[in-house]
Design a protein around this ligand. Structure first.
Ligand code: 4AD
Ligand code: MG
Length: 433
């Protein structure tokens, strides 16, 4: 039949037919009679087989000499093959080199992390990075699907802001003509305003934190999903979180089988992630840590990574740590009506040591209480006037949360460090490439 132009992802529709694909050479090996070209086109990877006896000396030499990352149009007959990871192979009939790559720096040998990070613009082409980006994309896709199916409206909060709620030490400062401006650390306060207009809203966008942290969980620029819901109180907030997180995990298992395999992810650990998730109060978590021999923290201290990991190890599910001391959390969180020294908040800690993936709470909806908190936190009443006003006109109980995308991708992919979960990571010591 006629030669069709297609992609690697779609070759299954053309078994035993001749197709043409625009591709790059990911790798190559050959003998005197046969050459194997590892082809990639972005949609996937496939092995191309060039048999000298079938294609003749000219095409065979072309295949033998082709260099890693050269680009080409390659034609061949699609063969179903159970041994191939994608299920298919291509019996090559024709090669048309578009651009010959010379001395591609990322060779099949081992490279150090700094070298790979310096070449991030090329490293993204690797099979492993390709798999991580596909899983990131699936989590984003499933996020939009989940919230749209549950009557949420996508809202985009501003990135340039005049003030910031999550603490003043970690702000990126910039000029806004003659005024001062800051890059957003969270869209939450704007999402609260939007929830009063649209009921249930979610955002997805970049956030910035000038944190001097150099850990496997910290980025300077990261992407956050921030739902906010009117008429939703503490418990229902947690229920929505566990349903959402279960949904994205199950979506990745369903739609990213190949990618999880490339990454060597233990899928049995993901399959059991289903709502409801266990909950433990800060007080009980502290008692648990003391039992485990952690004598470095007392009531009122925040949990560090080792504490979170010790708690998480006790469960095979993500775990909510609830009711943190008021002093540890931002000014907008609703105090527990039975106990003023803790707030109606929860952090969701991922299993396997991936740390906190969600922070959320019920918000204060009483005008006087919020005003007092703004003042006692030494924040400017002027700057928060608009936010306070939300409590003046039909104030309602409401709650929300923020899920850190990169930490979630790291956990689900089983990737050790968040630097591999965002295309171009911004780290304490890295603004390049
Ligand atoms: O716990 P955080 O600071 O919560 C907020 O910003 C709330 N205003 C969200 C809300 O209620 N709408 O951040 C939320 C999540 C964390 O749980 C973590 O997953 C991620 O954002 N996160 C980071 N991820 C990567 N690098 C960093 N430096 C991060 N800081 C927070
Ligand atoms: Mg937090």
């Amino acid at each position: 039949g006629k030669n069709v132009k297609t992609t690697i992802a779609k070759v299954g529709q053309f078994v035993e037919r001749e197709v043409t694909i625009g591709a790059w050479i990911a790798g190559k090996r050959s003998s005197g009679k046969i050459a194997f070209l590892q082809l990639r086109d972005g949609t996937g990877f496939i092995q191309g087989v060039v048999v000298k006896a079938e294609v003749g000396e000219g095409i065979f030499q072309q295949a033998k000499n082709i260099t890693q990352e050269s680009s080409l149009y390659v034609s061949g007959v699609v063969r179903a093959d159970d041994r191939a990871p994608s299920g298919y192979e291509l019996t090559i009939t024709k090669i048309e080199v578009i651009h010959e790559a010379t001395d591609y720096p990322i060779t099949p040998k081992e490279h150090g992390t700094e070298f790979l990070m310096d070449h991030r613009h090329l490293w993204l082409r690797s099979k492993r990075q390709h798999a991580v980006m596909k899983i990131r994309n699936e989590i984003i896709r499933a996020t939009y699907q989940f919230f749209n199916e549950n009557d949420f409206v996508k809202i985009d909060p501003p990135i340039l802001t005049g003030s910031s709620p999550e603490g003043t030490s970690e702000l990126f400062h910039t000029k806004y003509f003659d005024e001062d401006a800051y890059l957003s650390q969270s869209g939450q306060l704007y999402m609260e305003a939007a929830a009063m207009a649209l009921g249930r809203v979610f955002s997805f966008g970049p956030t910035f934190r000038a944190e001097k942290s150099k850990t496997r969980r910290h980025l300077i620029e990261f992407w956050m999903i921030e739902p906010e819901m009117a008429f939703v109180e503490f418990d229902e907030n947690l229920e929505i979180q566990e349903q959402y997180v279960s949904y994205i995990v199950q979506s990745v298992i369903k739609n990213c089988q190949l990618e999880l395999k490339v990454l060597g992810r233990d899928i049995s650990k993901l399959e059991q992630i289903k709502a409801p998730f266990p909950r433990i109060t800060y007080d009980d978590a502290l008692a648990f840590l003391h039992e485990k021999g952690f004598d470095d923290i007392s009531w009122g201290d925040d949990f560090g990574a080792p504490h979170e990991t010790a708690i998480a190890e006790h469960y095979d599910m993500p775990v909510f740590i609830t009711h943190y001391p008021t002093s540890l959390k931002p000014f907008y969180m609703q105090p527990d009506p039975n106990r003023e020294d803790v707030v109606l908040c929860a952090d969701l800690i991922a299993p396997e040591g991936y740390g906190e993936i969600i922070g959320g709470s019920e918000r204060i909806h009483n005008y006087e209480m919020l005003k007092e908190n703004i003042e006692s936190h030494n924040l400017s009443l002027d700057a928060y006037q608009w936010y306070l006003e939300l409590r003046k006109y039909g104030s309602v109980p409401h709650s929300g949360f923020g899920l850190g995308l990169e930490r979630t991708v790291a956990w689900i992919s089983g990737v050790e460090h968040v630097r591999e979960t965002i295309p171009f990571p911004r780290l304490l010591n890295r603004l390049y490439p």
